[in-house]
Design a protein around this ligand. Structure first.
Ligand SMILES: Nc1ncnc2c1ncn2[C@@H]1O[C@H](COP(=O)(O)OP(=O)(O)OP(=O)(O)O)[C@@H](O)[C@H]1O
Length: 206
């Protein structure tokens, strides 16, 4: 069981406050949508929650089995799919997955071949990522995030570049793989977070 506690979290860049005094408690099984207009701070909050940038004030703590997790170890417990994250373009899909799963374990029952099949990319397994379409790259990012055996998954704009079929695929995928995890989705599109049980609007923390 993973728990995340956020207390009076505030973030500013230079003199611009992005969010102030944000409190939040999450535990395994929770799915939360972080909403707000363009530039409201969704990606910034995601980066703070995942430990990639610091808060300006306040605290974020992670606990597993009621034991605190050191900030430097948070990344073992999470994956992120986000538009600003680059995939290694020179790898083929198979090489990318083999590389990623040297560091993270796939969920039980998932092999590299099964993952490629679930991504509907069987005929592209040996093609360099550089030659993938933007929608194919997005499916790879979502797959890498959701198929890793971690208790916390961050999804920033998960359906960007996906067509209608891709959006349906995403919705079915999350439904199947959200169980017993914390899912945090940054989004302006309700199709991306219909399954979320909680919603946090960043406009409320200015
Ligand atoms: N490294 C940085 N230095 C200074 N300002 C930054 C930095 N990163 C983000 N910002 C600013 O923080 C604000 C929030 O940006 P952020 O990307 O978090 O918004 P967002 O809600 O994710 O937007 P969008 O919906 O357009 O993706 C913006 O004004 C942005 O310019």
């Amino acid at each position: 069981m993973l728990k995340i506690q956020v207390e009076e979290a505030s973030k500013r860049f230079q003199y611009e406050w992005i969010f102030k005094n944000l409190n939040l408690n999450l535990k395994s099984g929770d799915a939360i949508a972080i909403t707000g207009g363009n530039g409201s701070g969704k990606s910034t909050l995601l980066k703070c929650l995942s430990g990639s940038i610091p808060l300006s004030s306040g605290n974020i703590t992670y606990q597993t089995q009621n034991q605190p997790v050191a900030d430097s170890d948070w990344f073992y417990h999470l994956t992120v799919s986000a538009p600003y994250m680059e995939l290694p373009e020179e790898f083929t899909l198979k090489e990318l997955l083999e590389f990623h799963f040297k560091f993270k374990t796939p969920l039980p029952g998932l092999s590299i071949d099964k993952i490629i099949e679930t991504l509907y990319l069987e005929s592209h397994a040996n093609k360099p990522i550089a030659q993938f379409s933007s929608g194919m790259k997005q499916r790879v990012k979502l797959g890498v995030a959701l198929f890793s055996d971690v208790p916390l998954v961050f999804l920033d704009e998960p359906t960007s570049n996906l067509d209608v079929k891709g959006v349906n695929w995403y919705q079915e995928l999350v439904e199947q793989y959200k169980k017993d995890r914390i899912i945090i989705v940054c989004s302006n599109d309700s199709r991306e977070y219909e399954y979320c049980t909680q919603k946090l609007n960043l406009e409320d923390y200015k």
